[in-house]
Design a protein around this ligand. Structure first.
Ligand SMILES: *Cc1c(COP(=O)(O)O)cnc(C)c1O
Length: 462
């Protein structure tokens, strides 16, 4: 499989090449040259998650890893998920199912990609006896998932940027109480987008990033998307769905990574009907679907902080598709975004998007109601992000269709919001989770790229 940049400067790259560079030299995102096709009827026979994962992702890494190695990495990756099931399902109304993607070690769906790709980095590094420095900007969950996956590695140091006062206490402690001489959490007095901009800027500076062997594991890294394709297929295979049913997925969306993985699944042969973009007040995608105009607003602070972002970075990959894979047009759009704060697409392009995608914005007070009502009706606690997915699904989809909602995080991560909504302190007796014994350790400073560079310089893994 070969990869190219959505903005045209890089092409004909290997999986390994794009895994390590993360962001293209022109600032674009990497995409595969073509979509591998799966035979869904054949795929249905793979009821084991790891076997299915191998079938789906090996074409994306063809020529870059031995099948035997990849199988081993996949098997190990999903062996430390806490429950018996890597993914569990919760039935709410008829044909309404939550896909519980929070059974991993850090209780959000980000574990699916991190537990897989960090060992892939390690595998490539050990064959060359090299070291690596990872930088990551996080709106909360990516950081803890990455730190958990990296802590066992002797070849990787991680620098994790998170926005001050804009993640939950639990999320913060998941990052700052893991101590290791390869782990460096950095609190930035700014927003997630500020953190992401620092990461992008460091990555584009090739002399700096080459000198210090820097790579990124943000959701803009293709390998993250790749790992998230699997559970769309798995959800269909594991549930008894009639051939006649129209199948929809509602996806709580921030950076457009998780839902874009659903789009790729459909391109590969997943028989799904609609993907629902569920947003909070940070609604750049919802406004786009309603108007064809993609433009940046200020970030709003909400009760679903993992989705508090102004720009949905992975949207560039879909834009590339509706630009008919034109790197010129995509570059032009992204230039306009930078210089004019936004751009418009044509009616035809928007209709192309609407064939597969619908969208709905769910506000904070609705989130609270959804959490409360779900608890009252089904004795089941959902986190604020999942609540947004559920709310959007109910507004958009028909009840006689088959509606999946991606459950993106465990409610424990957002206990303040959840407990306020259900008016109960359900976690006080839970001793196994949320009991952080270690003291917090992290750097903290203003929104400054030079400070981040300094920390990296002083702590690189050479
Ligand atoms: C990251 C995250 C999201 C948003 O996913 P994107 O891929 O950025 O769209 C939603 N919910 C939770 C809990 C998350 O951690």
């Amino acid at each position: 499989m070969r990869y190219l940049s959505t903005r045209g400067a890089d092409k004909n790259l290997s999986f390994k090449g794009i895994l390590f560079s993360g962001l293209a030299s022109d600032g674009g995102l990497y995409v595969p040259e073509k979509w591998p096709q799966v035979d869904f009827e054949k795929l249905k026979k793979q009821s084991n998650y790891s076997d299915l994962a191998f079938e789906i992702i090996h074409p994306f890494m063809e020529g870059d890893i031995e099948n035997k190695q990849l199988k081993k990495i996949i098997n190990d990756a999903y062996s430390n998920f806490s429950r018996d099931e890597i993914i569990s399902f919760k039935n709410l109304k008829k044909n309404e199912k939550i896909i519980e993607l929070f059974n991993g070690p850090t209780l959000a769906f980000k574990d699916f990609a991190m537990q897989l790709i960090i060992p892939i980095f390690d595998y490539y590094l050990s064959s060359k006896k090299e070291k690596l420095n990872l930088i990551v900007a996080t709106s909360g969950d990516t950081g803890s998932a990455a730190i958990n996956a990296v802590q066992k590695s002797s070849k990787i140091n991680i620098f994790c940027l998170f926005p001050k006062n804009r993640i939950s206490d639990f999320q913060k402690k998941q990052m700052t109480t893991v101590h290791g001489n390869n782990i460096f959490p950095i609190e930035i007095d700014g927003t997630f987008d500020d953190c992401q901009n620092i990461v992008k800027s460091i990555l584009i500076d090739k002399s700096f990033s080459n000198e210090f062997s820097i790579a990124a594991v943000n959701s803009i890294n293709w390998s993250r998307v790749m790992a998230q394709i699997i559970y769309y297929f798995y959800s269909l295979i594991k549930n008894d769905i009639s051939e006649k049913d129209l199948i929809n997925f509602s996806v709580p969306t921030g950076n457009f990574g998780d839902i874009y993985a659903g789009y790729v699944a459909i391109k590969m042969g997943l028989p799904a009907n609609k993907l629902v973009i569920a947003t909070n007040e940070n609604d750049i995608l919802d406004r786009f679907i309603n108007s064809g105009n993609y433009s940046i607003n200020e970030v709003a602070k909400t009760s679903s902080p993992s989705m508090d972002i102004a720009i949905a970075s992975n949207f560039e990959r879909l834009l590339f598709e509706i630009n008919n894979k034109s790197t010129e047009k995509t570059s032009k759009n992204m230039d306009d975004l930078r210089t004019n704060n936004g751009f418009d697409v044509s009616e035809d392009q928007l209709n192309l998007v609407k064939k597969l995608f619908a969208s709905k914005r769910i506000n904070q007070d609705e989130v609270e109601n959804l959490i409360k009502n779900t608890y009252d009706e089904f004795n089941y606690v959902i986190d604020p992000h999942t609540a947004i997915g559920l709310g959007a699904s109910r507004e958009i989809n028909n009840e006689d269709e088959y509606n999946f909602i991606l459950g993106t995080a465990h409610p424990l991560k957002f206990s303040k919001t959840v407990e306020k909504a259900i008016e109960e302190n359900i976690y006080s007796s839970d001793k196994t989770n949320g009991d952080f014994k270690e003291e917090e350790k992290f750097f903290s400073f203003e929104n400054s790229e030079s400070k981040v560079r300094e920390i990296i310089k002083n702590n690189v893994n050479k």
